[in-house]
Design a protein around this ligand. Structure first.
Ligand code: GLC
Length: 428
């Protein structure tokens, strides 16, 4: 099998965003931000209020942190020691879906099953303790409408979650009910935050100059501290749900992926950029080159393995492609497959960076760009070869010399730490 070179180049083109195109994305993102501040209905960004600002760094005490947002759910016991220091005392983690055993996120699963499972993990984290009181911070990484720090109602599932009976509900009420069913009366959920907010809180707890928090993983989303300059409102973190940003031009693979997804017509940026979908796009483009119409089930982990393969002639890539597609590719085609993986990752990182630049411009207003960190967590940022470098290069491309003022930092495990910080802030 030898790929048609013309067809291949055309596919690469379809995944390429030019510098001008990217500037437009950043400008459109900023436009939607401004519109969203006036009236979210006029913007593709949800701009959800979090009812929390930045921590002082002096928050202290022991808290439970529940982190629900990807395929793994985690419950941590964390001690905050102030001055940005903390210690994880206990960690319980389990997948929400285990092949052949259980599935709490697919079609047919229910809220009761899901939250009973969460309550059982909380029970593990407190070692069955029924006396001591624990305050619990909940990082719930889906679009939620909040009216205060506790009260978060799930608007709609994203990332292909399909558990029945959670959309439209106050998630911590579901959690409380499940804790009661299990006889746990000494755990009190007091705060719900998005994972982007958690990442921002975690980074700001450790060092200052951080106003933007982002997740670049299974899903993709960003939040920032809105200063409400000149307004009566106090500064507050807004969860943009930027995965829902729509002012992007989908190619035919994006369109087909969207049509086959749980929620067609939604989450355009996320479907073009996040880890949950990149592998699928790769598989769709490869299928076209192989003249087949199959879903091979590639993941972003497969893409990473292909991208780091430096052997001659790409032995790992060859094995992965053969196991997923049934085709044993020659050296030339393997090199092209690697180029395809790179093009999809580069487009993803460029679009994500353009959204950061939109926020940086908005925060700068008519003044200069401030020196700052952008806190990022997630498997794509931390693990996909070349992702971080591409973000740095794209910041320079869009911001020129000002890019030196922006430092992207990995806020590893920010979701858990952020939840504990939110629980601590809830007591103030
Ligand atoms: C999805 C969710 C969003 C979350 C992101 C990263 O985009 O809608 O709330 O922050 O995934 O987990």
């Amino acid at each position: 099998m030898t790929f048609d070179k013309k067809q291949f180049e055309e596919i690469i083109d379809a995944f390429t965003v030019t510098k001008e195109g990217l500037r437009e994305v950043a400008a459109d993102f900023r436009y939607d931000l401004r519109q969203g501040l006036k009236d979210p209905a006029q913007s593709s960004l949800r701009m959800l209020k979090s009812y929390i600002g930045l921590p002082t760094g002096d928050e202290q005490g022991e808290y439970l942190a529940l982190d629900l947002g990807g395929t793994n759910v985690r419950v941590l016991r964390i001690r905050l020691d102030g001055e940005g220091r903390f210690k994880v005392l206990k960690k319980v983690a389990k997948p929400l879906r285990k092949e052949g055993a259980y599935d709490y996120i697919g079609k047919g699963s229910t809220a009761t099953q899901m939250f009973d499972f969460l309550a059982s993990l909380v029970d593990d984290a407190i070692d069955g303790e029924r006396q001591e009181t624990f305050l619990l911070g909940h990082t719930f990484s889906f679009p939620s409408e909040q009216s205060n720090l506790y009260n978060a109602r799930l608007i709609v599932w994203t990332k292909e979650f399909a558990t029945a009976g959670v959309e439209g509900e106050v998630v911590n009420d579901l959690l409380k009910a499940a804790l009661h069913r299990r006889g746990i009366e000494n755990v009190e959920p007091t705060a719900v935050i998005n994972d982007t907010v958690a990442v921002l809180l975690a980074a700001a707890y450790e060092y200052g100059d951080t106003y933007i928090g982002s997740i670049y993983a299974t899903g993709h989303n960003t939040c920032y501290l809105e200063p409400y300059a000149g307004k009566v409102e106090k500064p507050m973190i807004l969860n943009l749900e930027s995965g829902g940003f729509m002012k992007l031009v989908p190619n035919r693979f994006d369109a087909a992926l969207d049509a086959a997804s749980e929620k067609p017509g939604e989450q355009r940026l996320e479907k073009m950029a996040s880890g949950r979908y990149m592998g699928e796009l790769f598989g769709m483009a490869l299928a076209e080159l192989l003249g087949e119409s199959k879903n091979y089930g590639f993941t972003s982990i497969d893409m990473s393995a292909i991208l780091v393969d430096d052997t001659e002639p790409l032995e790992t890539a060859k094995k992965i492609v053969a196991s997923k597609t049934g085709h044993v590719l020659g050296a030339d085609d393997l090199a092209l497959a690697k180029r395809l993986a790179r093009a999809i990752l580069v487009r993803s990182a460029r679009l994500v960076t353009a959204s950061y630049v939109g926020i940086i411009w908005q925060l700068a207003g008519d003044g200069g760009i401030q020196k700052q960190h952008i806190a990022i967590d997630g498997s794509v940022y931390a693990k996909m070869p070349g992702a971080k470098e591409c973000i740095t290069a794209t910041l320079s491309e869009l911001l020129g010399e000002d890019a030196e003022k922006i430092d992207t930092t990995l806020a590893h495990d920010g979701s858990g730490l952020g939840a504990a910080i939110a629980a601590a802030i809830s007591t103030k």
